[in-house]
Design a protein around this ligand. Structure first.
Ligand SMILES: C[S@@+](CC[C@H](N)C(=O)[O-])C[C@H]1O[C@@H](n2cnc3c(N)ncnc32)[C@H](O)[C@@H]1O
Length: 275
């Protein structure tokens, strides 16, 4: 059986699901997904003009709000493994310079201590515990001292009165909402499998602490989503480069990186991040 957490499996899932993901996500979550993304951004102080990274950025759902907070002088690196998602994200018209990159975050060659802000909505559940540990170390490396981060993810509520109906909804109703929008119900069923295995952000919290980050746990709507946010301490020894990040490693299936800058009125051009 294919490993659920193999990047090529996850990529295939989202390449297929990307065609219907936007509407299904909005409708199936009754708009809660949008609310939780806003709460994810509100959990941190985002400085105007900052350099931000949106990890597992999907179709760039966080980017419009994030760019408003960053202002015209800020910049966003949005990174995702799925071509379908990246193609849709690259059509966004953001207020600040936004670079959309097709790559695996665990294998991407990030600039060390180059970011003021790291954010991520709903991108943790398709990682194994070991991969989340690796991701935490990457976040600690890419953040400048004092830099802030915030992650949010769909979660299994602690309370059984809510857990049963919520998991029933994720496992049995959402796939059919996906089908109604001409998606493949099996793909949406798979999201329920990932969510059940993920549980909530408590384990991620522990791993972010282990990576030397100050982090706190958040629960949204009785634990239907949870999050972690915090900062890299200002006084901290340089974290050791780990995993794929900050090392030269082969990029996604040798495809190189697809980079596009959306500069709004200035039109589109190709470039490398922060060049
Ligand atoms: C559930 S979607 C979330 C998308 C978006 N952030 C949102 O708020 O809806 C998860 C995204 O994570 C991406 N992803 C999963 N594993 C990844 C990895 N290793 N590197 C980069 N992106 C990844 C998928 O391609 C997908 O677009």
């Amino acid at each position: 059986m294919a490993n659920l957490y193999d990047p090529s499996v996850v990529k295939r899932l989202f390449d297929e699901m990307g065609k219907t993901y936007g509407w299904v996500n909005l409708v199936a979550s009754f708009g809660f997904a949008r609310r939780w993304r806003k709460q994810c951004l509100r959990a941190i102080r985002i400085p105007v003009g900052a350099r931000a990274i949106d990890m597992m950025s999907g179709m760039g759902e966080l980017c419009p709000d994030l760019s408003r907070r960053l202002g015209g002088e800020g910049s966003i690196l949005a990174i995702d493994i799925s071509e379908t998602m990246v193609r849709k994200a690259s059509r966004l018209d953001c207020q600040c310079k936004t670079t959309v990159v097709l790559a695996d975050v665990l294998a991407y060659d990030f600039e060390t201590a180059g970011a003021d802000v790291v954010v991520c909505s709903f991108g943790l559940k398709t990682f194994s515990s070991q991969q989340i540990g690796e991701l935490a170390r990457i976040v600690a490396c890419v953040l400048k001292p004092g830099g802030v981060f915030s992650f949010v993810e769909i979660s299994v509520p602690d309370w059984s009165w809510l857990r049963r109906p919520y998991m029933f909804y994720l496992n049995h109703v959402v796939p059919w909402i996906g089908w109604l929008f001409l998606g493949n119900p099996d793909n949406y069923r798979q999201l329920g499998v990932y969510a059940a295995a993920f549980g909530n952000c408590r384990e991620a919290l522990r791993m972010f602490h282990n990576a030397g980050l100050d982090a706190q746990f958040h629960s949204f709507f009785f634990g239907c989503a949870t999050g972690i946010s915090g900062r890299r301490p200002s006084e901290q020894a340089e974290p050791k480069p780990v995993g794929g990040a900050l090392q030269k490693v082969p990029r996604l299936a040798g495809r190189g990186i697809f980079v596009r800058i959306c500069t709004g009125a200035a039109g589109l051009r190709w470039s490398s991040f922060w060049s």
